[in-house]
Structure formats: structure tokens, C-alpha cells
Design a binder for this molecule. Structure first.
Ligand SMILES: [Mn+2]
Length: 201
């Protein structure tokens, strides 16, 4: 029913020489919105993959909760893991807004489709910390979203310079492929998630 409310593109690469990635994404809708998250577990390889799975499972079980509560849940359930960086955005269809929050360095940008008084590209504030090990003081912020706006989340295996060269249009999947192709290093796991908000108009 809500499938056309948004479209996603995802592109990812695994660290050279590893078979499992420590990067994960979560996109899940619920009655009044959707949760979008990208996780980058510390390090790479199998232990990182396990920590990332754990984080993704916790988020998937509680998709309708606010980002601060989700980070706190992950933090308490990940104490025996490697820990992870994560950026989360919770879309609220009724409010036409997102609430977003980052712990660690998963880059997040919201690209507005329409030119507005404020910046076309808004950046998620990255606070240093590791979920499962040490949390920063948690604050989330609320941003209005309009039809056609695009949220992009990318792990640090993708050079954050991609945010300086964002295309104004394009389908989410080719956009994700292109960002990964142009900005990924093979010395880390790399993931790009592109989430386009389609409505209501
Ligand atoms: Mn990384």
C-alpha cells in the first residue's frame, strides 16, 4: 500500500579480501512512516558483520520508535559486540518531516527537490561515538520534507566528497550506483542508500 510513497536505491562493496561486510541498511515502513538507517560496524570482516546484523535486527524489531530510543536500544544490546556507527532517519508521512540522528560517521544528507529559502542540501550532524561502547549526548532534529526530496546515507568507505557533487535529479538506484562507483574505496566496506520521498503530493 505504501510502496509508492518512496523508492530506494542501494549499492555496496565489501572490503578487499573479505567475504562479509560490516555495513548494513534498514528500510522499513510502519503505519505512519518509515525508518531508514545505515550501520557501519567497527572494523571489517566477520565480527563486524555480526555486530552489524545485531544492530539491524534491533532496528527492524522497533521500526516505529524514534531514533534516540532506537540508538539507546542498540547501545544496550550491543555491549558485547564490536560496536557500530549508525545514522537513522524516521519519516513521518503525516507531519511531512523526518527526525534524524547520527552516532559516528555515517554521512547523511537531505537533498531538497524544490529550491527553497534554506539550503538545497542539508547535512546530518555527525556526533562522535560508538553505539555499544560510548554514546554522545543524543539530540535529534526534525526537518520538513516535500515530494521528491532525497535522503542519502553513506558509510565512510565512500568518500564524503560525494555530497559536494550531488545531481539534482535521477532515479535512486542509478544514483546509488554512481556515487559508489565514483567515491568508494576498496579499503573499507562501502554502502550508499538513496531514499526518495514520493508523496503525498
Ligand atoms: Mn567503515
Amino acid at each position: 500500500m505504501t510502496a509508492r510513497l518512496f523508492e530506494c536505491g542501494l549499492a555496496a562493496l565489501t572490503h578487499r579480501g573479505e567475504t562479509e561486510s560490516g555495513d548494513r541498511h534498514v528500510v522499513a515502513s510502519f503505519d505512519r512512516g518509515a525508518l531508514v538507517a545505515v550501520i557501519d560496524a567497527l572494523g571489517h570482516g566477520r565480527d563486524a558483520s555480526r555486530a552489524a546484523d545485531l544492530a539491524a535486527e534491533v532496528l527492524a524489531r522497533h521500526v516505529n520508535e524514534m531514533p534516540i530510543d532506537l540508538v539507546e536500544r542498540c547501545h544496550s544490546e550491543m555491549r558485547d559486540s564490536r560496536g557500530a556507527a549508525m545514522s537513522l532517519a524516521s519519516f513521518d508521512w503525516k507531519l511531512s518531516a523526518i527526525t534524524w540522528l547520527a552516532v559516528g560517521n555515517v554521512t547523511g544528507v537531505l537533498v531538497h527537490a524544490e529550491a527553497q529559502a534554506n539550503a538545497r542540501v542539508e547535512s546530518l550532524l555527525l556526533r562522535s561515538g560508538v553505539v555499544g561502547y560510548r554514546l554522545p549526548e543524543l539530540h535529534h532534529s526534525l526537518l520538513p520534507v516535500s515530494r521528491g526530496d532525497t535522503l542519502i546515507l553513506a558509510t565512510d568507505g565512500v568518500c564524503s566528497d560525494f555530497t559536494k557533487m550531488l545531481p539534482s535529479a535521477g532515479e535512486p538506484q542509478p544514483m546509488a550506483d554512481r556515487i559508489l562507483g565514483d567515491y568508494a574505496s576498496r579499503d573499507d566496506d562501502a554502502m550508499v542508500l538513496v531514499f526518495r520521498y514520493n508523496g503525498p503530493s
